[in-house]
Design a binder for this molecule. Structure first.
Ligand code: PEP
Length: 250
């Protein structure tokens, strides 16, 4: 039985005051022991604030991106070592917004995954198809190529340190959600790929669903056998919605 993971992706939202209120509400509502793992992936300038606010309680800190490089002349980038200094346990890599707005290809995403693993953080590796790719019947091929690029560069012994997030691009921030059955189909395919790389460890990897997950659909999605939690965008910005999704993760 895999312990579920609910990870909030704040994207480029927030302010010191707004974050402070949001984290205080989430912290105050959660008991010390909960039935799932919880993370919030905050914008880089707020990592110190997140680190200070999450010293007790079940919520851990994550980042939204990491450089593919170790250090050096890469203006604007943030290294894995830097994220670690601020107590990050998780880092999102290959989010579709990075792939599409910043031209990150799967080779870069694979390098970022390696950097996170080398630093001892858990990468949340995002994969997912566009609407055009789904309508052309290419979902399986697209997500397979995205995950394969990562599995090709890591050791078989590192498979268990991954979290994978299936995020159909057409469902992100649109209010459209994959049906539980549609999502489960893709999650089962991803599970097969992970277990092919490492039979024992592939069973342990959490595969999250992301794409307009909200209190109304979270329980049904997370009841699917291979859906081990959620990567939550919009609903992570409202304490009551984020808490309701956490409550649905058992
Ligand atoms: C995301 O940004 O990863 C995401 C899933 O966003 P939303 O929940 O808003 O669709």
């Amino acid at each position: 039985m895999r312990r579920k993971l609910v990870a909030g992706n704040w994207k480029m939202n927030g302010s010191l005051a707004v974050n402070s209120a949001l984290l205080a509400s989430v912290n105050a509502a959660l008991p010390a022991k909960v039935d799932c793992d919880i993370a919030v992936c905050v914008p880089a300038p707020y990592l110190a604030q997140g680190q200070a606010a999450l010293t007790s309680g079940p919520v851990v800190l994550g980042a939204q991106d990491v450089s593919a490089h170790e250090d050096g002349a890469y203006t604007g980038e943030v290294s894995a070592a830097m994220l670690l200094e601020f107590g990050c346990s998780f880092v999102i890599v290959g989010h579709s917004e990075r792939r599409s707005y910043h031209a990150e290809d799967s080779a870069v995403v694979a390098q970022k995954t390696l950097r996170a693993l080398q630093a001892g953080m858990t990468p949340i590796v995002c994969v997912g198809e566009t609407l055009a790719q789904r309508e052309a019947g290419n979902t399986e091929a697209v997500v397979a190529a995205q995950l394969d690029a990562v599995l090709a560069v890591i050791d078989a012994a590192q498979v268990e340190h991954l979290v994978v997030a299936y995020e159909p691009v057409w469902a992100i921030g649109t209010g459209k959600t994959a049906t539980p059955a549609m999502a489960q189909d893709v999650h089962a395919q991803l599970r097969k790929m992970l277990t092919a790389r490492n039979a024992e460890q592939g069973e342990k990897v959490r595969i999250l669903y992301g794409g307009s997950m909200k209190p109304e659909n979270a329980a049904e999605l997370m009841a699917q056998p291979d859906i081990d939690g959620g990567l939550i965008g919009g609903a992570a910005l409202k304490a009551s919605d984020f808490l309701a999704i956490i409550a649905a993760a058992k």
